[in-house]
Design a protein around this ligand. Structure first.
Ligand code: HEM
Length: 280
């Protein structure tokens, strides 16, 4: 029998009446999420543009949720759960790398039809993205100004600016594990971006030279490298997709566009973890 022949009220025992109880849509708040798409142009392709940004923001929300717990986990010595969450963040990033393929189906004329309606809005103003950069150590106080009109976002970024990053916690763990870390590094001004430090590099090098003795730190280092690698791919796919769609036009956010995004490819989140590889 074709399963669709079964068309009576008893559909495979599934519950049908949700007048009194919570349904799927209730639980997920779908009425809010699915009514939050408001194209401003008459162009068909704007929906893709909106959904791509919104879904990325949702995944960023999850990455922040995971990374905050990773930071606590490292601080409290709960490394196995932290590893699992770091792996999750890397897989989310990988997925977002592939998501660019969907946006790349938007052609230059399709984007040009939308662009006049975007005003000065740009992903550059994504507070969750900035929070992600901050929690991973790429701090930049100047960029808080963008968020002055949204106090909750501004406060979240201000908090994150002053907190040690996930990587700072890893460096403190190196010190607690007996490695001789420069005290200036351990008491660094957390509002500054991560700077490479010779004592941290020497410690990671020792870990990589004798993994059996430092397995947890070795695994932590590799998980961080995994995550940063995925993040780099995301930045790269962003700039190549942007170049494909807008060429070398300036960005709606006011930067030079592709040349700005190319500069961001040089950001290194965990400098010593990459530098030590030359020495191995
Ligand atoms: C047609 C699609 C897109 C174009 C043409 C585009 C273009 C740009 C440009 C030119 C910038 C530099 C800032 C500016 O002057 O505006 C930028 C920044 C940014 N965009 Fe996109 N973008 C696109 C899609 C996306 C999507 C889907 C996301 C996902 C949320 C995104 C997230 C970001 C972020 C987070 C930044 C800040 C990067 C940084 O400061 O390092 N963009 N984008």
């Amino acid at each position: 029998m074709n399963p669709n022949d079964k068309q009576d009220a008893d559909w495979h025992g599934a519950r049908m009446d949700f007048k009194e109880s919570m349904s799927y849509g209730d639980y997920l708040g779908l009425d809010q999420i699915l009514t939050a798409q408001h194209p401003l142009s008459p162009n068909h392709n704007e929906m893709l543009f909106i959904v791509q940004h919104q879904t990325t923001e949702l995944w960023m929300k999850l990455m922040l949720h995971e990374l905050q717990a990773v930071r606590t986990g490292i601080r409290e010595g709960e490394l196995p759960p932290a590893f699992k969450m770091l792996a999750r963040v890397a897989r989310i990033m990988d997925q977002l790398v592939h998501a660019w393929d969907v946006l790349a189906t938007m052609t230059p004329p399709e984007y040009s039809a939308i662009r006049p309606y975007l005003g000065a809005s740009s992903g550059f103003q994504s507070f969750q993205y900035r929070e992600l950069e901050f929690i991973l150590g790429n701090k930049n106080r100047a960029l808080l100004a963008v968020h002055e009109k949204t106090p909750a976002a501004h406060a979240a970024l201000e908090r994150e600016l002053h907190a040690p990053s996930v990587y700072d916690e890893a460096v403190m763990l190196l010190a607690r594990s007996g490695f001789d870390i420069n005290p200036e590094r351990l008491n660094a001004d957390w509002t500054q971006p991560t700077r490479s430090d010779e004592s941290v590099k020497a410690a990671w090098l020792a870990v990589y030279q004798d993994p059996e003795h430092h397995w947890a730190l070795y695994e932590l280092a590799e998980k961080l490298v995994d995550m940063e690698t995925s993040f780099r791919f995301w930045r790269f796919r962003h700039v190549t997709t942007v170049e494909r769609i807008i060429g070398f036009k300036t960005g709606t956010g006011g930067t030079a566009g592709v040349s700005y995004l190319r500069k961001m490819l040089d950001v290194v989140l965990f400098p010593e973890l990459f530098a030590l590889r030359t020495a191995l």
